[in-house]
Design a protein around this ligand. Structure first.
Ligand SMILES: Nc1ncnc2c1ncn2[C@@H]1O[C@H](COP(=O)(O)OP(=O)(O)OP(=O)(O)O)[C@@H](O)[C@H]1O
Ligand SMILES: [Mg+2]
Length: 447
């Protein structure tokens, strides 16, 4: 089927887009934190390596910005903090807040994220772009450019290359919206600039139910929002994992909250129970054979591991590493896994032999299903255990000497890497800092 037909076909059945599973394929960071202009290619499992302060967590911050956006917050709230009534902190913002969001000397930053939305015929890239002026001094953090494209088709754009839109003031942003036949034309509407258009447009044009072209835009916007909403940033904390939780709470919190009830939900499904027990037997050094979920007086439950000899270890006294495993299993096997996980320091607190098994589980889940994961690591061991498929999506984050500037490079895209790996061990190369040296050397040759 020709490309155009596939697109049209899809528009005639706008509901179809919502069925799509989003896969993030690309993130471009311009003037964001220590990246002047860098691109990260993403696969089912994307490992980030690189020295301290190279920018791995800044990439996480970029994803967090995109996730915060999907929650309907204003730009100031996404970057700063969001409190709800009663002084309860609902959103912790992005590290460094508005002050440290842009590259030195720049007044704006922009992020561009490309997805493919799973559909019947073919995968057409959806590209969302946002440029933000944090306006540190003026206190008017706002959007200065924003657009959404589906392949070549504009959904909305504040600065369409053809048919420009006049921007009137800093409080508002005008975008051209596609509905109306010819995709290059559309009509312009005004939105407030302190909040992303993406979270305003669906409500606005969704009211015009009769307009089928508007529905196409609304559905597309909702698919993008839902993909961004489904991002999770696991930052496991043993104290949170040790707290009893209410049966039925099946979403694992970012710090590992609800661990016991998520495990219980997995345990209740017969086929999954066997897999769960199998993994825990392999992953922990103790001879765990079964789980028990012990209720307290408030009805909350706490997981216990039952060993072959009958000895029980509750989450209170299970080791931190064991709890981390359990949380990873809960995140990947639970009834409501997120579509996208960002995991910092995957190797943290794990013995290499266990790390190998955990990677097996992660590769099984990410390559086999609809879960995508980005994980940073400092572990040469982990590099050794990565499958060739996963190595393809492993990126080095590095800085040029005496410079703020962070760069990103796929390690398999490095010059002559295949020949080098025939003779050298990847983990050793990583340990010796060879990747960073090779990049600096090759960039010096280029300039
Ligand atoms: N706005 C900015 N402009 C330039 N550099 C910045 C900006 N914000 C942060 N940085 C730099 O980014 C560095 C932190 O990077 P990041 O936290 O991503 O490192 P990392 O790769 O995660 O390191 P680690 O492995 O130690 O966790 C800081 O040291 C700072 O130099
Ligand atoms: Mg970091």
């Amino acid at each position: 089927m020709a490309r155009k037909e596939a697109i049209e076909d899809n528009e005639n059945a706008p509901g179809l887009l919502m069925l799509g599973v989003a896969m993030l394929v690309h993130l471009r960071l311009e003037r964001f934190k220590n990246f002047k202009d860098a691109s990260l290619h993403l696969g089912p499992l994307s490992i980030l390596i690189g020295s301290n302060a190279s920018g791995k967590s800044n990439i996480r911050d970029a994803f967090r910005f995109l996730h915060g956006l999907s929650r309907g917050y204003s730009i100031a709230e996404i970057l700063g903090e969001k409190y709800v009534e009663g002084g309860f902190l609902q959103w912790a913002g992005v590290r460094g807040g508005v002050r440290e969001a842009t590259y030195p000397g720049a007044s704006t930053f922009s992020l561009t994220v490309t997805f493919t939305l799973g559909m019947r015929f073919r995968l057409i890239p959806t590209k969302y772009h946002i440029e933000v002026d944090p306006d540190v001094d003026g206190g008017n953090s706002r959007v200065v450019r924003e657009s959404l494209y589906y392949g070549p088709q504009m959904r909305f754009d504040s600065h369409p290359p053809e048919n420009p839109v006049v921007q009137k003031d800093a409080q508002h942003i005008r975008v051209r919206i596609r509905p109306g036949g010819d995709y290059r034309r559309g009509h312009a509407e005004t939105f407030i600039a302190h909040q992303p258009v993406l979270t305003q447009i669906a409500d606005r044009i969704g009211e015009r139910r009769k307009d089928s072209k508007a529905r196409v835009v609304v559905n597309h916007v909702k698919s993008v929002l839902s993909a961004l909403q489904s991002m999770r940033f696991l930052d496991l904390d043993p104290d949170a994992m040790r707290k009893p939780s209410l049966p039925g709470q099946t979403i694992l919190g970012d710090r590992g909250e609800n661990l016991s009830s998520v495990l219980q939900a997995i345990y209740k499904v017969r086929d999954q129970r066997a897999a769960l027990i199998e993994w825990i037997r392999e992953l922990t050094p103790m001879d765990a054979r079964d789980f028990e979920f012990v209720p307290d007086q408030t009805g909350r439950i706490l997981v216990s591991l039952v060993e072959q000899n009958g000895h029980k270890t509750s989450a209170y006294s299970a080791s931190d590493g064991t709890l981390r495993f359990l949380a990873m299993i809960a995140a990947l096997m639970g009834p409501k896994p997120a579509q996208f996980y960002f995991f910092e320091e995957l190797d943290s607190g794990l013995h290499p032999a266990r790390l190998y098994l955990l990677l097996q589980l992660i590769e099984q889940k990410t390559f086999g299903g609809s879960i995508q994961m980005v994980a940073s690591t400092h572990s040469p061991q982990l590099m050794r255990f990565l499958s060739p498929k996963a190595l393809k999506d492993t990126s080095l984050i590095y800085r040029l000497p005496d410079s703020y500037e962070g760069r990103i490079r796929g390690i398999m895209d490095m010059p002559d890497i295949e020949q080098i790996l025939e003779q050298q061990d990847l983990a050793r190369l990583h340990e010796s800092g060879w990747f960073e040296d090779a990049m600096v050397f090759s960039e010096a040759g280029e300039s």
